[in-house]
Every structure is written in C-alpha cells, then in structure tokens.
Design a protein around this ligand. Structure first.
Ligand code: ATP
Ligand code: MG
Length: 383
C-alpha cells in the first residue's frame, strides 16, 4: 500500500485552448513547491498524484501543495491494487473509528467485475462488521471514504478534501514587481496578485544606516513566507538613504514622503524594465494614510509609464489584517522595526499636494543622478 497525495486543480479547466500551457505551468509550479523532497508527480485524468515520497514528509508535502495557486483541493490517500481485499485494507485506514460514514465509489474501469454501488456496499459492509461503533448515513455522513477504481489495475482510496489556495498558476499572467515594505499591506498585495497568476518579483527600499539589519531581516522573512505562494526566488534591495537626505535638506518638509515615493516608483520602473516585469504592484489602499489620497496616488503614479496594480485599493485595514493572518505574514509584519518611510517623517505630511508644488520642490534635486546612484546600490538576496 502506497501513500499518495491527490491534487485537484481549479480554474485552469476553464482556459480552453490554453489548457495545455496552463497545465504545464501548473506542474512546473508543483515541482518547484516540492523541491528538495523526494517524490514523483504524475498527471492522471484531470488530477495529479504525488507518489513515492517518504511517509514522514506527507504533512509537509500537503502543506506545500495547498499553497500552490491553481490547486482546488488535495487529499491524502492510498494507492492499492484494485482487488477488494487491498481496497478494504486502505479503507480501514481512512474510515473513522466511530460515528457515521459513507463509502463513495467511482469506477473509471468499466470492465471491473463489480459496479460502483457494489464496491461501496461491499467495503461499507466489511467496515461495519469489523467496527460496531460505526454507522452508515448516506445522506449526511460525518465522514466519507472515497474509492476510485482506475483503469490501470489500481485503486485510490482517500478521505477528507483539504481546500487549496485557488487562483491561477503563478506565471500565467506574466511578471510584476512588488514594492515590499516591512508593513502589513504589501505582502498581502503580493499574495493577491500571485493568486491571479502574476509571477511576483520583489523590491525593497531601505535607508541604512537609519534603518537597521533587523528591518532588513524582517523583509527577508516576509519575502520567504510570500515566496511559498508566489514561488519567488529572490528579493532586491535598494538604498534610498542619500535621496532621503537630499529631500530633507532641500525641499519643503511636508512633501518628504510624497517626493520619496516618486523616487521609489521611478527606481522600481527601471528595475522592472530590466527584469522584464510588466507592472508595479503596491499595497496602497485609498485614504489609508496621507500619501494614499487620490492626489498622493496620482503624484507617484505620474512618474511611471508601467501600470501600477493596487489590489488593496478598496480594502479596510481590518480586512487586510485578516488576510495577513490567514497567509501567515501578520506576526512578522507587526515586529517593531523602522521602515525607511518613517525616517525623516514630517510632522504634518501634505495630504493633497498640488502637482505644481511637488514639481517645483522636486526641481531643487538632481532627480536623474539620484536615481542612477540608487540603482548602483541594488543587492540581490536569494530566498
Ligand atoms: P505597508 O503595510 O505595505 O508598508 P503602508 O500602509 O505602511 O503599507 P506606505 O508606507 O504608505 O503604506 O506604503 C505604501 C506602499 O508603498 C506599500 O504597500 C509598498 O507597496 C510601498 N512601500 C512603502 N515602503 C516601501 C519600502 N521601504 N520598500 C518598498 N516598497 C515600499
Ligand atoms: Mg509601510
């Protein structure tokens, strides 16, 4: 009897002519999620089977797979020869030890000597006679035992369905560059776009030595958690220290954040173009802070030509926090380290700065050479 994980996929079914492409990408993504764990992956009639793994790692395999976008559900089960004796041995391991249950059989092998109903009745009957604590309930059973009689002389026996991450295979929508801070919002934004099939590259701005190693470690940790979903391989960091100093020295204080954000977007666009990313992604949400008013969003979006995706734009903070908790980034996001935006934070940031005022203040800076200088500080951190 061999332990297996059954993986069912979701939205990729809908993609008509692209189906082959989606499925290939999906299996590549499954393999990437399972990298470093011995296993075999096989596609079989609209599902995948993970086989030949060390039983001790089954939980880990299941957890990793449930984070791959495109997975609709997965189940742990057993692969056995299709004789009733072997099926029964596996069913015993799946069946509960007390309470109500039902056996459901699906028969792909139409030449099998018993019908689906007969297999269910036979296996259900044996389970009942062996365990007096069990009862059959065909309408609302507390537990189900599923049996798939396959065409190749084997059968799959499995129980619960675990919900997968849903969405589309990462990469099927192209590549984008997420501006990731150490905050709550941006990792959630990255998760949401990866779920829609975007391959997410990561960019973080720091103000070392004003921000410290702890702040950087925090972003690396967040990136690693996100990468379990987005399958991202690296994080890029850029120093904006000199830019912040220049803004602080030369420009109106209330525009510090506004001007810094315009620099961030310019730098992000250059890096995106270099790595083939076709959009920028941020964790901005309308009205959340002074720089996220319509005027604030416009002033930063204005300096780039790439589209800026803001998946959280209509979300309340509470909703974002709930998602951060669900994906596992919240605890790290709330660790108290300074983000570069909080260094030189003005006491009263401009809430609705006019573009002419912004441009006038910005003209006091050598924008191009500051951007070039920042691009010289890129570091690539493998995740
Ligand atoms: P977050 O929780 O994502 O930090 P926030 O509510 O703190 O967001 P801001 O600090 O105004 O909001 O940042 C808005 C967005 O700008 C972030 O979601 C992120 O996409 C980007 N951003 C902010 N700071 C950085 C940074 N240091 N490096 C990269 N991107 C950043
Ligand atoms: Mg922030």
């Amino acid at each position: 009897m061999e332990s297996v994980v059954i993986v069912r996929y979701a939205e990729i079914h809908l993609k008509g002519k692209n189906r082959g492409y989606f499925e290939r990408l999906f299996s590549v993504n499954l393999e990437r999620a399972l990298r470093g764990i011995r296993h075999e992956l096989h596609r079989t009639s609209g599902r995948y089977l993970v086989e030949k793994f060390d039983e001790a790692r089954a939980d880990e395999i299941e957890r990793k797979i449930s984070r791959v976008f495109g997975v609709y559900s997965c189940s742990r089960g057993w692969l056995v020869p299709n004789d009733l004796g072997s099926i029964y041995e596996a069913a015993k391991r799946i069946a509960p030890s007390f309470g109500t249950f039902k056996v459901e059989t699906h028969r792909a092998d139409k030449k099998y000597p018993l019908t689906s109903m007969e297999v269910s009745a036979e296996i259900g009957g044996r389970l009942l006679s062996e365990n007096r604590q069990l009862r059959v309930d065909v309408h609302e059973p507390e537990n189900r035992v599923y049996i798939d009689v396959r065409e190749n002389g084997t059968a799959l026996v499995f129980g619960s369905f675990y919900e997968g991450a849903g969405g589309m295979p990462v990469g099927s929508s192209g590549t984008g560059l997420l501006m990731i801070s150490g905050g709550i919002d941006s990792p959630v934004a990255g998760y949401m776009m990866a779920k829609r099939g975007l391959h997410v590259e990561l960019l973080h701005f720091h103000s070392y030595p004003y921000t410290n190693e702890g702040a950087k470690e925090k972003v690396v940790t967040l990136s690693k958690i996100l990468s379990e979903y987005s399958l991202t391989a690296r994080l890029r960091t850029v120093s904006v220290t000199h830019i912040q100093e220049e803004i602080h020295k030369k420009c109106a204080e209330e525009l510090n954040v506004t001007l810094l954000r315009r620099f961030m977007f310019r730098i992000a666009e250059k890096i995106a173009t270099e790595i083939g990313a076709k959009c920028l992604v941020t964790g901005e949400s309308l009205g959340q802070v002074a720089s996220q008013t319509l005027e604030g969003l416009t002033s930063s979006g204005d300096v780039v030509r790439l589209p800026v995706l803001r998946p959280l734009i209509g979300f309340d903070k509470e909703e974002i926090i709930a998602r951060a908790k669900k994906i596992g980034t919240f605890e790290t996001s709330v660790l108290p380290f300074e983000d570069c935006c909080t260094v030189f934070l003005p006491e009263h940031p401009a809430i609705k700065p006019s573009l002419s005022f912004i441009e006038e203040e910005e003209s006091k800076l050598d924008v191009e050479s500051l951007v070039e200088e920042a691009l010289g500080t890129v570091e690539v951190i493998p995740l």
